[in-house]
Ligand binder design. Sequence first.
Ligand code: DSN
Length: 415
Amino acid sequence: MSYDTVRDVDPAVAEALTAERERQNDTLAMIASENHVSEAVMEAQSSELTNKYAEGYPGERYYAGCEHADTVEELAIERAKELWGAEHVNVQPHSGTQANMGVYLAVLDPGDKILSLELEHGGHLSHGHPANFTGQTYEVEQYQVDAETGYIDYEGLEEIAEEFQPDIIVSGYSAYPRDIEFEEIQRVADDVDAYHLADIAHTTGLVAAGVHSSPVGVADFVTGSTHKTIRAGRGGIIITTDEHADDIDPAVFPGGQGGPLMHNVAGKAVGFKEALEPEFDEYAQQVVDNAKALGERMQEHGFSLVSGGTDNHLVLVDLRESHPDTTGKEAEEALEEVGIVLNANTVPGETRSAFNPSGIRAGTPGLTTRGFDEEACREVADLIYRVVDNHDDEGVKSEVSERIDELTDEFTLYE
Ligand code: DSN
């Protein structure tokens, strides 16, 4: 078979791919759920395994020719077990949401009860939002963060659990800047005889490196995506105990998915190998140190941070105090113009809409991959302040844009 490049076959897509590489090289990726994987992970994800059907699990496939798929999947599983100290890992979920679906299919029937954090308070669509299959299939009650402190309202959670008697309690969040008391949530789950699902999609890498509390060995099920802080490319995983292995595996396949995306499983295997190196622990610690430095400097500029700071990889800024006339979307768009890419986000007690909310969420996993340290992150906070404070001033935006060009030239990414 002759080998033609994407450029030979499809110049329009090739151009978009090149432009995307340049966009990533030339801007600061501060969407807290994004990161930059290594060239090795990308190579694995674009490998010939994209051709292979491998329904089933290693050694028990429904198709012939799976010996190399088995090798790759077994490596991904063994490395994941080592990274998270897990008894059983399923590496086939296509995404974090598919991983959550696997858990719900394993232990819930339609109409069963989910107790989870509200989306506006930092939760996730797949935890029971009405627009998601979870909100449409199950009965959902939600807990909140404390209005004063911004921390999870553990007492409120317990009260709702006692009243609602959920079948599963979901912890783990998408826009929550603090560490999580998984043991406390497990205690409540035990008291009301509910399962506990900890969705650590955002913090997989921080948990693996030991710089964030781990729910492994605490919660019945731990789910995650593999492309965020763990830097192993697109996909999801489920971590559980041997006791629940026979519930989870058939719920993922054939319950919720068909053939696994084996090229993505290969990316996971390679990314997990990288994460087992000692340098990854240093990376994860730096992610947290950078988020703290970013947040503290933002506070010095007068920004109000939900919960007053951060313990993890993200800061959530409530613009209503410092910039009452600037919406999250306006801030997001002005920042994107200068090359700082983050997202507008709802904040607890939101008074605007989900599409044009009152906050912005900023994360440090991508910057840290590029080599940013605390000093560089403090400068990024200065630049964010200048832009948000002058979001209509083209002169200021042009100056900041030039500085972003210098920073992206200094902290290089892909060749
Ligand atoms: N969309 C992701 C996030 O930005 O947090 C979670 O799935």
